[in-house]
Design a protein around this ligand. Structure first.
Ligand code: PMP
Ligand code: GLN
Length: 380
């Protein structure tokens, strides 16, 4: 068999988590919490797991009750017209399925898809599997925000889609309202669509706000906006996410979704619907995670790592040049084996794997986990 992705190995998250298990390292590599979802949510799941009729296929676009609640939440949080649950919201198997289904629905062989780099690892391979060409534009090395002149230069009549990710994995960078305005101006009078990956929408710190593409009307009318309950409810293993898009785009997304997974696990959708109206949960997330970010930064002051600003998401980038001149993959492997802390080398987020001398820590961990990891790193 000739591979369709000959240059792609196993995802770095799997590799680093396996390595962490092998050497008993604290896993600050793969992005997942080491604490549980809210008890109300797990109890709701247990309840729905016992209800006859909740164990069979959910409706193809998702449970209507859950889509209605997402619509209300979106209108409340972003002060935008409520998306129509019938025609504009689709429940997906995590944001991962939504990403794949959007790309499969809109990218044709020969189409270009603009990707800002570093980028989440699945974007490039998923574009290529559709016959598309990822066109990579580097984020600014100072603050990992887009240089809109470079984006303008990279756009062409063949650009089918621009992919955004805010708050950003792995850098934590957060787009501003002005950024979104700049992109809207660049795309005016084009047929280019937007995919906005906003899975970390509730993780923005220092009194800043997440600016959703849904709040930029010119972009919203051409955008697929994704979120993930895995992030918002500390339940990455549940794999439930959703996509909000105008009716014509949603119709195309559903054409693919119906043949990709058909529908998403029923009892989990019921459980999420039971808790989604509780605004206190997601309103508390910025303070909850900012505490973790700040605790980790404070602990890391006693190490020789240099931390970069971390305005959003649950990731902290660090330079290690005072500790080692190795490339980041080599350094990350050695850190897991010798220091007992697993991290992600940031080169994994670049298509050419260029060494940036940067590693990524995930701080979505219990305070005691962060303390234990920092103690190990302080010895280096
Ligand atoms: N996009 C980004 C930027 C992510 O970090 C993740 C989570 N790893 C996903 C998409 C996938 O989300 P899910 O786990 O809901 O499939
Ligand atoms: N999004 C998570 C991260 O960036 C991991 C997701 C995965 O393991 N596929 O670490």
């Amino acid at each position: 068999l000739v591979s369709k992705l000959p240059d792609v190995g196993t995802s770095i998250f799997t590799v680093m988590t396996q390595l962490a298990t092998e050497c008993g390292a604290i896993n600050l590599a793969q992005g997942f919490p080491d604490y549980d979802p809210p008890q109300a949510l797990t109890e709701a799941l247990a309840r729905h797991a016992r209800i006859s009729g909740h164990q069979q296929y959910a409706p193809m676009p998702g449970l209507l009750r859950l889509r209605e609640l997402i619509s209300q939440k979106t209108a409340q949080v972003y002060k935008v017209p409520a998306p129509d649950p019938g025609t504009e919201i689709t429940i997906t198997s995590g944001a991962t399925e939504a990403l794949y289904a959007v790309l499969a629905a809109v990218v044709r062989p020969g189409d270009e898809v603009l990707v800002l780099e570093p980028a989440y690892d699945l974007y490039g391979p998923a574009i290529r599997l559709q016959g598309g060409t990822p066109v990579y534009v580097p984020l600014r090395s100072t603050d990992f925000r887009p240089d809109w002149d470079q984006v303008a230069a990279a756009l062409s009549p063949r650009t089918r889609l621009v992919m955004l990710n805010t708050p950003h994995n792995p850098t934590g960078a957060v787009l501003t309202a002005e950024d979104l305005g700049q992109l809207a101006a660049l795309l005016r009078d084009t047929a280019t669509l937007v995919l906005s990956d906003e899975v970390y929408e509730h993780m923005v710190y220092d009194e800043q706000a997440h600016h959703s593409v849904l709040q930029q009307p010119e972009l919203a009318e051409r955008a697929f906006v994704l979120s993930s309950f895995g992030k918002t409810y500390h339940a990455t293993g549940w794999k439930v996410g959703y996509c909000i898009a105008p009716p014509a785009l949603t119709a195309e997304l559903r054409r693919v979704h119906q043949f990709l997974t058909f529908s998403v696990s029923t009892p989990t959708q019921h459980a999420l619907a039971d808790v989604l109206a509780d605004v206190a949960h997601y309103q508390a997330l910025p303070a909850f995670y900012q505490h973790k970010r700040d605790l980790f930064a404070e602990l890391m002051r006693a190490t020789r790592f240099e931390l970069l600003p971390a305005p959003g998401a649950y990731f902290q980038l660090a330079r290690y040049n005072q500790l080692s001149a190795e490339d980041d993959f080599t350094f990350a492997r050695r850190l897991a084996r010798e220091a007992g802390v697993a991290v992600v080398p940031v080169s994994a987020f670049y298509h050419h794997g260029q060494s940036e001398g940067l590693i990524r820590f995930c701080f979505a961990k219990r305070d005691e986990t962060l303390v234990a990891a920092a103690e190990r790193l302080q010895r280096l």
